[in-house]
Design a protein around this ligand. Structure first.
Ligand SMILES: NC(=O)c1ccc[n+]([C@@H]2O[C@H](COP(=O)([O-])OP(=O)(O)OC[C@H]3O[C@@H](n4cnc5c(N)ncnc54)[C@H](OP(=O)(O)O)[C@@H]3O)[C@@H](O)[C@H]2O)c1
Length: 277
């Protein structure tokens, strides 16, 4: 049995589809609201919340492989419960910032989870993706309501990744030999700036998307409301305020692991256009 956490999320949704398409055997998808989740036929929808410690053991019962999205819940407790339940292999979604910005709070947290996993006695594969294409969903309401998209660091291009490519790598790591004890830095196939992202969405919609660059202070005010001040600073550093060559590098890991080239940003836009209409 494979347990997929974050099963309704950007990566999890794709991963369930990948596992189903490849006939990966029994799969359980964890969600806090099974009635709202629509999983592929044959995937067992399992309702559970990481905020409830009693939910862990039943969700892990019979599970041999775990896809764990870091920092959704108390990772130390989750890994301990997984070990106790007899999980053999954990594929963990961490972040490329453990390589590029290890001093930042979120990266330190991810690094701590990676170390717990490596010391757990279970086999592990760590995925360290760069910025997701789906982060542009933050703009969706502005675009739908014809308001101006206001973004800092408008001309800083990052090798943005399609979450389906993270899922594709996860599927291979979960179901094929040769990926245990490996940490994969994952990027998209090209760097794309926020201005280019807005232009790609505009082109797909066939109408103008008003766009303006903001200063860091305005962006920090907005992000802080959702994430808190420290995490907002971290996001701003890794999206333009303090980028480095490691973060900007386009890598071929997705292609090497999956055999298929990483998907470009415009493909994600085409698949998710309804969110912006
Ligand atoms: N966004 C980026 O640019 C970026 C870059 C690098 C790394 N990452 C990492 O990628 C991960 C996020 O992946 P994602 O975008 O696929 O996630 P996501 O779309 O944010 O989805 C996460 C899912 O987790 C579930 N969830 C949330 N709280 C939960 C709880 N208390 N108990 C159980 N389930 C819970 C939710 O499902 P339900 O509502 O159905 O319960 C949600 O759909 C994070 O670890 C992040 O650090 C992100």
């Amino acid at each position: 049995m494979i347990l997929v956490t974050g099963a309704t999320g950007n990566i999890g949704r794709s991963l369930l589809g990948e596992l189903h398409a490849h006939g990966a055997g029994p799969v359980r998808g964890l969600t806090r609201d099974a009635a709202r989740a629509s999983f592929p036929a044959g995937v067992e929808a399992w309702e559970g919340d990481f905020a409830d410690p009693a939910a862990l053991a039943p969700a892990l019962d019979g599970v041999r492989s775990l896809f764990l999205v870091s920092r959704l819940g108390p990772d130390a407790d989750i890994l301990e419960a997984a070990g106790r339940a007899g999980v053999e292999h954990v594929v963990l979604v961490s972040s490329i910032t453990v390589l590029t910005h290890p001093h930042l709070g979120p990266a330190r947290e991810n690094l701590a989870v990676e170390r717990l996993l490596e010391d757990s006695g279970m086999a592990w594969t760590v995925l360290r993706p760069t910025q997701f294409a789906s982060n542009t969903l933050w703009w969706a309401a502005s675009i739908r309501e014809r308001r101006t998209v206001r973004v800092p660091y408008a001309d800083t291009g990052l090798p943005t990744i399609h979450p389906a490519d993270i899922a594709a790598v996860a599927r291979v790591a979960l179901t094929e030999p040769g990926h245990r004890g490996r940490a994969y830095a994952l990027t998209g196939p090209e760097r794309v700036t926020p201005r280019q992202q807005a232009a790609a969405i505009a082109a797909a919609l066939g109408r103008e998307v008003p766009f303006a660059e903001t200063g860091r202070e305005e962006a920090h005010r907005q992000l802080s409301a959702a994430l808190g001040a420290e995490a907002a600073d971290a996001v701003l550093d890794v999206t333009g305020g303090d980028v480095n060559d490691e973060l900007l590098a386009v890598r071929d890991t997705v292609g090497k692991v999956t055999g298929a080239a990483a998907r470009p940003f415009h493909r994600w836009v085409a698949e998710n256009l309804a969110a912006f209409r």
